[in-house]
Structures are given as structure tokens and as C-alpha cells.
Write a protein that binds this ligand. Structure first.
Ligand code: MN
Length: 311
């Protein structure tokens, strides 16, 4: 990583001890099936972030003053399982340090360990999955930690709500809960989709945002682009409502696959990340302490301690 602090913010706002927010880069691209390059995502995102204005007009805030600590990237890539384990460990440690934890990928399999950590620390977790793809395969190409399986575990263990879906395999229909799924083709003709999605969310929400949820016209730099996706302002309107109406406990953004000839996607990802933080901390003063509502010993009731876990 060439970046010393996130977005080049002053050191005073970047120290782990005093930062409310932590950003973990996971430059992992071990399982993607078509265009490779998501391992370059965090670097491109951080470079774009350095060239972004840090005052958010909409919320009239400078959220970086909450403190944003950029950790060393997680580079474990000996196997998908080892990567998931490393991400789980780091995310959990930082949740337990009362940080608002965010992760930037990498391809979508990085979310498996992240979601597992959040589910172990927050009661009745909802996972809001915004993506073109259903990602509900139980196993793919010999691994449960493939990007095509990103939210299978979440579908079994959390309240999974899926938004923007427009590509899936027939085998995934048996796993998918259609009551909690908003397909892109339906959203295009339904002015109430935002209300209905928010109604399906519990109080504690983790957002996993695959950038291919966006329409490929505004987000071409992603591994598997699909036509017919979300546009910028409807996405922001939706996210702002989610952050206002629910307690978002953390989020990740995945699948930026940068292209040297097309930088606007990197900037979109940078801006999306900063917008989500701005929405989260809207209403906080610079001096306000962040109180994450995590539970240290939800361990005993964790649904992930089943013996059928092989990692
Ligand atoms: Mn996807």
C-alpha cells in the first residue's frame, strides 16, 4: 500500500486508539471466476480516496474527524478457507475494541469471515446484501469460501435481505427466500421497494455491498458486470434511509476490479464508502464517543460454533 493514512487525512485522525472507524483492506482475488483483478481493488480505492473532497455537502459533515484508522491489508491467500479465517479474526478483534468496522475487498468471498464475526457479536443480525448476483451456492469449485457462496452462510444463520439481484443459478432458487429478495426487474417498476426492503430489516444491520449491484454504465470496473442495475442517487437515497432508520453495525464494499483506462469506477467506490460513513455518523459531534452495541460473549449462543465447521 502506498497510502499512509486513509484519504491522506492528518495522523491525528488516523490513530487506532482514537478512531471510531476502522478500515480493513482485503486485496484478495483467489476465487473469482471470470475477470481477475479484484486484488487491485483496495489500492485503486485508496488512491481515488486521496483525491476526493472530505466535506460531504448533503450531510454538511466531515466524517473523517470521527477518526478513520486504516489497518495493514489482510494478505493471507494460501487458501480461501485461510483467508476467511484471517478476516474473521481481525474483524472480530476490532468489533470487540468498540470500533465501527468496515472492510474493502477484494472479491466477495471476503465477506464470509466478516459476516461471521458480526453475527457472533450482534444479536439478531440482519445482513443487507446489495448485489447483482444471489451468491447463494453452498459450495462452488470445491470450496464453501468461493465468491459464489458469499452469503450462503448468512442465509442460514442471519436475517438475509437481498437487493438488486438479476443473475443466479437455478440451484440457488431452493436456498433463496423470495419474501426477502428484491429483484432488479421488479425494483424498476416498484416505487415502494425502498419502504418494503427497510420493513424487512431487523434493528441491527450489516451491509455487504457488491459494486456490481450498480448499473454497469456507471460501474464498469467490476469482475462480472450485469446490465440493469442501481443508479447513483437512488442508491444513496436508499442507503441514507437504511442508516437513519436502522442501526447499521458495519459494512463492506467488494468487487472493485480496477481498469487503468477507466478511473471513474474507482472514484465511485471511494465516494460510496465516504457517503456510507457520512450517513452513519450524521448527528455525531467530533467529540462524541462511538458506542457499538456489541456483545462480548454472544459466543455461547453463536450459530457458527457448530461442529460442521471445518475452519
Ligand atoms: Mn456480484
Amino acid at each position: 500500500m502506498t497510502t499512509k493514512t486513509y484519504a491522506g487525512i492528518p495522523q491525528k485522525y488516523a490513530a487506532l486508539e482514537t478512531s471510531n472507524i476502522v478500515l480493513i483492506p482485503v486485496p484478495y482475488d483467489g476465487t473469482s471466476t471470470w475477470q481477475k483483478g479484484a486484488d487491485k481493488g483496495p489500492q485503486a480505492f485508496l488512491e481515488a480516496s486521496e483525491n476526493m473532497e472530505l466535506y460531504d455537502i448533503e450531510t454538511q459533515t466531515e466524517v473523517y474527524k470521527q477518526g478513520i484508522h486504516l489497518t495493514e491489508p489482510i494478505t493471507e491467500n494460501s487458501s480461501p478457507e485461510a483467508m476467511v479465517k484471517a478476516v474473521h479474526k481481525r474483524v472480530k478483534e476490532l468489533i470487540l475494541r468498540n470500533k465501527f468496522v468496515t472492510v474493502f475487498g477484494g472479491e466477495h468471498s471476503i465477506s464470509i469471515g466478516t459476516i461471521r464475526a458480526f453475527n457472533e457479536c450482534f444479536e439478531d443480525l440482519t445482513v443487507l446484501h446489495i448485489d447483482a448476483h444471489a451468491d447463494l451456492r453452498k459450495e462452488y469449485e470445491g470450496s464453501k469460501c468461493n465468491h459464489a457462496c458469499a452469503v450462503y452462510e448468512a442465509s442460514q444463520q442471519t436475517n438475509l435481505v437481498q437487493v438488486g439481484i438479476r443473475s443466479m443459478d437455478v440451484s440457488e432458487t431452493t436456498v433463496m427466500d423470495e419474501e426477502k429478495t428484491w429483484f432488479a426487474h421488479d425494483m424498476a417498476n416498484d416505487e415502494y421497494w425502498m419502504d418494503n426492503v427497510i420493513e424487512a430489516l431487523g434493528q441491527k444491520v450489516f451491509v455487504t455491498f457488491d459494486l456490481d449491484a450498480f448499473d454497469s454504465s456507471i460501474m464498469p470496473s467490476t469482475g462480472t458486470p450485469e446490465p440493469g442495475g442501481l443508479l447513483w442517487y437512488e442508491t444513496l437515497e436508499f442507503l441514507r434511509r437504511v442508516f437513519e432508520e436502522r442501526d447499521v453495525v458495519g459494512f463492506d464494499i467488494v468487487e472493485l476490479c480496477p481498469n487503468s483506462k477507466e478511473k471513474s469506477s474507482d472514484f465511485l467506490a471511494a465516494k460510496l464508502y465516504y457517503k456510507m460513513l457520512s450517513y452513519k455518523f450524521e448527528g455525531y459531534d467530533e467529540e462524541d464517543a462511538f458506542e457499538s452495541d456489541f456483545q462480548e460473549d454472544k459466543k455461547g449462543v453463536s450459530k457458527f460454533n457448530d461442529s460442521d465447521h471445518d475452519y
